[in-house]
Design a protein around this ligand. Sequence first.
Ligand SMILES: [Zn+2]
Length: 244
Amino acid sequence: MKITVLGSSGPYPDAGGNCSGYLLEGSETKVMLDCGNGTFSVLQNYTDFFELDAVILSHLHMDHIADCFVVRYAFETAQVLGKRKDPLKIYAPAKPFELYNMLKYKDVVELFPIDHRLQLSIKEFELSFLPTVHSLYCCAVKVNQGNSKMVYSADTEYFDGLADFVRGANLFLCEANYTSEDLSLGRKNHLASFQSAQIAKKAEVDRLLLTHLHPKNARSVVLSEAVEEFAETELAEEGLIFKV
Ligand SMILES: [Zn+2]
């Protein structure tokens, strides 16, 4: 499985950056995981967008879905030009329903709800979902391809069940919106990087990739606080590619 970082900022992009979005590729499968602002532009540096099998949205906060509202025009054009027959499949939590419904677009987008019961097969990828602790219904996403496994935390604060879901991942793509200082100020809904690293350690993952990096935080601080807990840690950056 090849994972390309399309955006790693949150909840707004830093200068020249993009919010959350990742391209997952198998030998015959292409899936976009989250679709934050700016990510669809970057995706086209790596693949023909009209070959995407699906877009998976972890939750409906704008920094994870904004580009969905323009991707529809690209797929509509691809249909007109005969490059694509089928609608684009978008999988997303159906809460809040008004927002979920806005993701529909003519016969260009086909929409499917995600919840914790869903076991999803997309060609060679097997996906499962775990609700996280966040201000909006949100699911962490596990993707298995044969013996390869990556897990994406999506947005969450710390909770006990996450490490079990992540256990044994070759790559743990985990949000690190906060520093320890943010947590000490009582901020909620997200992880500090040292917590992401503690989960990685407990879950015995091979590598930790920190993402959803807040533009206000020095990336060096975010990284160093995590590395103290788990050495195999890197920061996600647009264009970084990982193979697991
Ligand atoms: Zn969020």
